[in-house]
Each structure stands twice: as C-alpha cells, then as structure tokens.
Unconditional design. Sequence first.
Length: 291
Amino acid sequence: MQQAGFRDMTQDQDARYHYKVIARAIAEIDAAGGERIALEELAARLGMSAAHFQRVFTQWVGVSPKRYQQYLALGHARHLLAERFTVLETALSSGLSGTGRLHDLFLRWEAMTPGEYAQGGAGLEIAWGWFESPFGPTIVMGTARGLCGMGFAAEMGTQAAFDDLARRWPRARFHEDPAQLAPWVQAAFGGGGAVEGGAALHLIGAPFQIKVWEALLSIPSGQVTTYSEIARVVGNPKAVRAVGTAVGRNPVSWLIPCHRAIAKSGGLGGYHWGLPVKRAMLAWEAARADA
C-alpha cells in the first residue's frame, strides 16, 4: 500500500523530516517502559546531535525530551485523573459537543441515520490512504461528507489495521485516494496551520455508539474522563461495559478522543490500537497543554 505524509500537499520537506524524527523518538521513549533515556543516547539512536535533536523535539512537542518522558510515565494517567478530570455534563452544557475546538481545529460532524447504518455501508464510496502521524502509520478513510475512519498500525500492523476498519462497512466500495483525504488529515494533526473548513467527520455507527462518541467529543485536549462518567452522561449509569465497547468501536480515533477515557482506578483501561499508542497520545496532549 502506498504511504503519504499529511504534509505532502504543502511540499514542506523539512517539516516531514522532523515529523518522522519525532515519531521515531516517541517510539523509542515508549519502548523504554518508563526508564529515562539520556538526551545524548536518544539523539544518537536517531542519528542526530543532542543539540539539534533537543531543538527539533521541543519545537514539535512543546517541551523538552526529558520533560516529555515524565509525561509518558506509567503513573501519568492517575495524575490526569486527579488533576484534569472532566465532568462531561459541564462540557456538554457549554455547547462543546460536536461543534467545539478540538486539537486546535474546528471540527464538524454528522452521523448516519439508523437506517443507513443498518445497511452496512451499502452505496457508500469510501476513499482510503496511508499517512504518517506522530503515533506511527495511520490508515485514514473517508466519504464525500468527511472522515469516517482513522486507525493506527504501530502495534497491530498495517494490513490488520486496514482490515479492522474496512470490515465495519462490509457493503461499501473502497478505493485508494489519499489526495482526497489529505486536507482533513492535515487539519487533524495540525500540520501547516489551520485548514479552511477544518476537519469534517462522517460518523457511521449505531445510535448508542453515536451518543457515546458525542460525549467523547466534549472532553478537552489534555484532560480525561472515566467510562463510568460517560455512562452516567449518556443516561445509563449501569452500562459501563457497553460504554467501554462503544468507546473501543470508535472508528475515528484521535479526532473522537477515545484515548481520553480511562478506568475509574486511574489505570489506562484498554485501547483498540494498543496501549503504547494511547499512552503516547495522552502524554503528547498533556505536554502541549502545559507548554
């Protein structure tokens, strides 16, 4: 499958290079399992001088490599729960749901009707493409109305990630067209500044799933909530397990921030695309929010 960086459309060669360097650095940091890697050693692994790597990393992430490693510590989720727990009812009543700012972009979304969902994507034309992201290779899918799928292959592999999304709409027609998706992907990861119109989402799911995903959209960047809090907000406080399933079935990860849902105990809980990816996402957001 052909891969394309989301900055390709701007021909920003330096930005693409730095983008891939940071993705590799995050992978190295995460693989260390909480053990701190010295700046010089991390830079050497990436084939860069310590000074150059420190400058590039800080420019991209917003904090130093040393500080970022602290955010990746396994106990960081508990800290987020204690310090940055989001009460979803407040966020929802503030009008943040569906039409709020997310990842520094204006996000527009619309959902399929229950009847359309029941048809398994029949009649839909879905474009797909591979893109590089701060969290590894990313499979992106979209209709004419917006992005309908985004998955991360760092843990499960590219073919498994592609199949995982594609089988959700078994009767749709798929064709490779990264150029169609690139502007939305650029907006999703904040590449090259704001994109006119922002990122559009076309949510394809069952009514209960849509309701859960709507709650996820209200969680501000750098903050978290719990599965039980989501269950309470969607009107069924005993349906924590069903909420967890709906969170896991979110097809547009990152933009619908299922990584911000954690266990009531402060543990990370699960993550469909792999816990290392979830931990990196939470650390990335918290670091940029503090910066």
